[in-house]
Design a protein around this ligand. Structure first.
Ligand code: ZN
Length: 306
């Protein structure tokens, strides 16, 4: 049994000055790829599912993740990404999640605090960790799109107040990153000083959303195999490493996995036009997931920490 709470993994990461990936899954193959990489690298890992993933896979998806995680040799936390309401968080806890994010960052602060506090009260009674968010990231999330102009950096006093009044275990902050494969022109902006200032004022692990690297080699492979991704750019590895030394402990990664998955699938579809065996497309995609997750684990610094 190697399922643990999110706090157990992230407190150790913060104390040890390394980051842990929270990788999003939607199916069996992605989950297997994530765990294979974590085991090979001997790294703790968080496996995330959004509400959309649970709608797609039904209750069976968290079951699959739980069964695979139980058999894994590394510590695994099962995390709800961007839970939109108290009810969704409670449902996730019932389904065996050991970490939930309540995201009311689009509401006014008093509502965000009140809803987050409600989730914390129940979750903590059941040994489940909670992530909250203050500030507003740009890009497209599950149910909401925020333009880069409307993105708002997390304020230090807000973060302090939010932590004090909610008792969350870790906090997602907006420091310039954005969701999706288009993170800005040229070098995407990360406000490193703000990460350090927030981390100096509240001691809990911080979370970086929209942190994918969007590797050019994967974008090229997708485009060479018939895809059309324009202007795709991600966060540089040096920025991630620096963010980890400043207080980021949880690094959300979904876009990189999507790119890897599609690079694998598209190449097969293009090179083997007579192929109709699903395993011949999903098998290589699973291996691509394993490779990218292993690469990200090396960047985050969690290899050998299991
Ligand atoms: Zn996010």
């Amino acid at each position: 049994m190697s399922i643990v709470s999110g706090a157990e993994i992230l407190k150790a990461a913060r104390e040890g000055n390394y980051g842990v990936g929270a990788f999003n899954t939607h199916n069996l193959e992605i989950t297997q790829g994530i765990l294979a990489a974590a085991e090979k690298k001997s790294s703790p890992v968080m496996i995330s599912m959004s509400e959309g993933a649970i709608k797609y896979g039904g209750k069976i998806l968290p079951e699959i993740v739980r069964i695979l995680a139980e058999r894994s040799s590394v510590p695994v936390a099962i995390h709800l990404d961007h839970g939109a309401s108290y009810e969704v968080c409670m449902k996730a806890i019932q389904l065996g999640f050991t970490s939930v994010m309540i995201d009311k960052s689009h509401e006014k602060e008093s509502i965000n605090i009140e809803e987050t506090r409600r989730v914390v009260k129940i979750a903590h009674a059941l040994g489940v960790s909670v992530e909250g968010e203050i500030g507003r990231l740009g890009g497209i999330e599950e149910h909401i799109e925020v333009s880069h102009e409307d993105a708002i950096l997390t304020e230090i006093v807000e973060a302090e107040r939010f932590y004090r009044e909610t008792g969350i275990d870790y906090l997602a902050i907006a420091v310039g990153t954005s969701h999706g494969p288009n993170k800005g022109v040229g070098r995407p902006f990360i406000h490193h000083r703000r990460i350090k200032e927030i981390s100096d004022s509240i001691s809990i692990p911080l979370v970086l959303h929209g942190a994918s690297s969007v590797p050019a080699h994967l974008v090229d492979r997708i485009n060479r195999a018939g895809g059309e991704l324009n202007g795709a750019v991600g966060i540089h590895n040096e920025d991630i490493k620096k963010a980890v030394t400043s207080g980021i402990a949880k690094i959300n990664t979904e876009t990189d996995l999507r790119l890897a998955f599609y690079a694998g699938v598209r190449e097969i579809l293009q090179s083997k036009k007579g192929e109709i065996d699903p395993r011949k497309a999903l098998g290589p995609a699973r291996f691509e997931i394993e490779k990218i997750v292993a690469e990200r684990i090396d960047v985050f610094g969690s290899a050998g920490k299991a």
